[in-house]
Write a protein that binds this ligand. Structure first.
Ligand code: C5P
Length: 204
């Protein structure tokens, strides 16, 4: 199994890059594990308390479970992936069964910050977009899809997202084998990445 870690700040367009890889690779067996489904379950807290948490710090992620799941899939064992709700800021209690496949993509803002998880990756990718582009995308997504208001998004950006990005996410770019620009056209970089993946698959 080929395991690829794809990181990048919030709004950098990781999902778009993953979608383009899927289109271009044209292979059947590929799983995507999103770090978002591995936020700690904070059921014991009230909604107001959960809303106030920092979701951009590495400690907000249940890396133990994520690493356990990556190892299980590499071992050819299925996993029960938790499902997370951005509305209630907690796990829904539902799970989805993920069967092992040839390629595993692990994506999320913090996936290149954890030393243990880094050891599991065959290929490490960082998606780069300038911070103004990322903020614009984040405002659009949070107001249109996640029911947040503009002031809340801007407050969170200034007090949490920006400092966490500078402290943890941007430095994790150093771990990447490949940095994909994602502001305008990036078809050359995507071609590059898919070629690397195809070559690695041949070797595996
Ligand atoms: O999709 P993306 O990689 O941007 O998702 C990560 C973002 O989700 C983080 O920047 C974090 O602030 C946000 N998040 C949130 N509410 C939660 C959990 C994460 O807004 N309950």
């Amino acid at each position: 199994m080929l395991v690829i870690g794809i990181a990048g700040g919030t709004g950098s367009g990781k999902t778009t890059v993953v979608d383009k890889i899927i289109q271009q690779l044209d292979i059947e067996g590929m799983n995507i594990l999103s770090q978002d489904n591995y936020y700690h379950d904070n059921h014991n807290l009230t909604l107001v308390e959960r809303e106030a948490l920092n979701y951009d710090h590495p400690k907000s992620i249940d890396f133990d479970l994520l690493i356990k799941h990556v190892k299980a899939l590499k071992n050819n064992e299925p996993i029960e992936q938790p499902i997370y709700s951005f509305v209630t800021h907690s796990r829904t209690g539902d799970h989805v069964t993920v069967e092992p496949k040839n390629v595993l993509v692990v994506e999320g803002i913090l996936v290149l910050t954890n030393k243990e998880l880094l050891k599991e990756f065959d290929l490490k990718v960082f998606v780069h977009a300038d911070s103004d582009e990322r903020l614009i995308r984040r405002i659009r997504r949070d107001t249109q899809e996640r029911g947040r208001d503009l002031n809340e998004v801007l407050h969170r950006y200034q007090t949490t997202l920006k400092p966490m990005h500078q402290e943890f996410i941007e430095p994790s770019k150093n771990e990447a084998d490949l940095i994909i620009p994602n502001m305008r056209q990036n078809s050359v970089a995507i071609d590059f990445l898919t070629t690397v993946i195809k070559n690695s698959l041949r070797k595996h």
